[in-house]
Design a protein around this ligand. Structure first.
Ligand SMILES: Cc1ncc(COP(=O)(O)O)c(C=O)c1O
Length: 407
């Protein structure tokens, strides 16, 4: 039996949901809707333009990175980034790329789609992430490691960064779930060459759909810009545009429709850019609230170390968690906890996509994956429940009590 088959939510589909994973589309829903309506009335441009550009600049500054490229969603951010690494020769077809066993499918899919081989690396129950201990034995066999920072947590990324540098392994981060988390004085997403972000509803910052790629590397930045839009030079800064035209002998007229690199159309709209600009100043407030909730949930799990594998966050300066994971030591308790959350009307899910190697798409392309026993265990005996800024004190307390009282 695979861990998938053990994932039974008693009484599925879940009955009345009283505490959903997210209550609204954006933070300060009404105010944001009004602002969006006013924007729609006032603008005559909705395709990618000034708002997206302004959001990129503001986001890069907030994330403390030189460059940010906005795309349609986090999945496109991953695809565009992997394509950019291929186009710049940093990765090659048939390279082996390490991935976190516990991740989201569109983290792994671009690696397969673009002709590389993912190597799943197991994670720790105390961090939900790949640690340096687990990464080290794989370092000789991989060209790059695409780390996923799961649900606001990380393992010892400072050590992972040092190991990757020493062993000439390219480090990139899927930070779609961890905007705002800090470890060793550094924002997650700033440990590797580049990182990706998602602004889907329910994440730390919502633009309905939206994604970003951040880097400090200028060559990569230019490549990302071209790959986001058809492979042309139109959105490059003027000097880079001139350089690419000169290199290929393209005159300004032909440049309108000259295509230099393998690319996509992954452009966001001005609606997402506008929402990004509107929500970004509120990010800190949402992070503070989520952190407060997380601390209460975490303390409740610590009271029941007999029942749960609790998270170790002693190495983290800030945990930007948007859904609280819980892993039960015993299968029986897991079944009862699941039932308790369902009965209380709390929306729950498996811990992100669980063990990636067990998904049918993965098995189709990697029939005999590396065993990932911890990810498999988390898949079988883990769930997550809501942590968002609109939870009331009573709702947080009620969920803490579910954790405390499960027997
Ligand atoms: C780790 C991770 N990577 C990538 C994505 C994809 O982001 P999006 O839903 O914006 O496409 C998600 C989605 O939540 C995710 O959790």
């Amino acid at each position: 039996m695979t861990a998938h088959e053990t994932h039974r939510i008693p009484g599925t589909p879940q009955g009345t949901i009283r505490i959903p994973l997210m209550k609204s589309t954006y933070f300060r829903e009404e105010e944001t809707r009004e602002a969006l309506i006013a924007f729609l009335r006032s603008t005559n441009r909705l395709s990618m333009g000034e708002q997206c550009g302004a959001f990129e600049k503001a986001f890069a500054s907030k994330q403390k990175r030189k460059y940010a490229v906005m795309v349609g969603n986090g999945s496109q951010a991953n695809l565009v980034l992997i394509q950019a690494l291929l186009n710049t020769g940093r990765l090659k077809r048939e390279d082996r790329v390490g991935i976190s066993s516990l991740t989201w499918p569109t983290n792994v899919m671009p690696i397969l789609q673009l002709g590389m081989l993912p190597v799943a690396i197991d994670c720790e129950t105390t961090s939900m992430n790949v640690s340096s201990r687990q990464l080290e034995p794989h370092l000789d066999g991989i060209r790059a490691f695409f780390a996923t920072n799961v649900l606001g947590f990380c393992a010892d990324m400072d050590r992972i960064r040092a190991l990757c540098r020493e062993r000439d392994v390219l480090l990139i981060e899927d930070n779609c779930e961890s905007l705002g988390s800090v470890h060793a004085g550094t924002l997650l997403g700033n440990f590797g060459l580049a990182s990706t972000f998602s602004f889907f509803v329910g994440h730390h910052l919502s633009t309905i759909e939206g994604g970003m790629i951040c880097t400090d590397d200028e060559e990569l930045w230019h490549m990302l810009i071209m790959i986001r839009a058809h492979g042309w030079d139109r959105n490059l800064p003027p000097a880079a545009q001139e350089a690419v035209r000169k290199r290929h002998g393209i005159d300004p007229f032909c440049a309108k429709y000259a295509f230099y690199e393998l690319a996509y159309n992954a452009r966001p709209t001005e609606i997402s850019g506008f929402l990004g600009m509107h929500q970004l100043p509120m990010l800190e407030e949402t992070l503070v609230q989520r952190e407060r909730n997380f601390k209460r949930f975490h303390a409740a799990t610590k009271e029941r170390e007999d029942a749960y594998h609790t998270m170790d966050v002693t190495h983290m300066d800030r945990v930007a968690n948007f859904a609280m994971p819980i892993v039960c030591r015993e299968a029986k308790l897991y079944e009862r906890l699941l039932q308790a959350f369902v009965d209380a009307g709390v929306e729950i899910r498996p811990i992100i996509a669980g063990d990636m190697t067990q998904h049918p798409f993965y098995r189709k392309y990697v029939p005999t994956p590396e065993p990932c026993p911890t990810a498999s265990f988390i898949h079988a005996q883990g769930l997550y429940f809501p942590n968002h800024p609109e939870l009331t004190d009573e709702e947080v307390e009620m969920m803490c009590n579910l954790l405390r009282q499960a027997r």
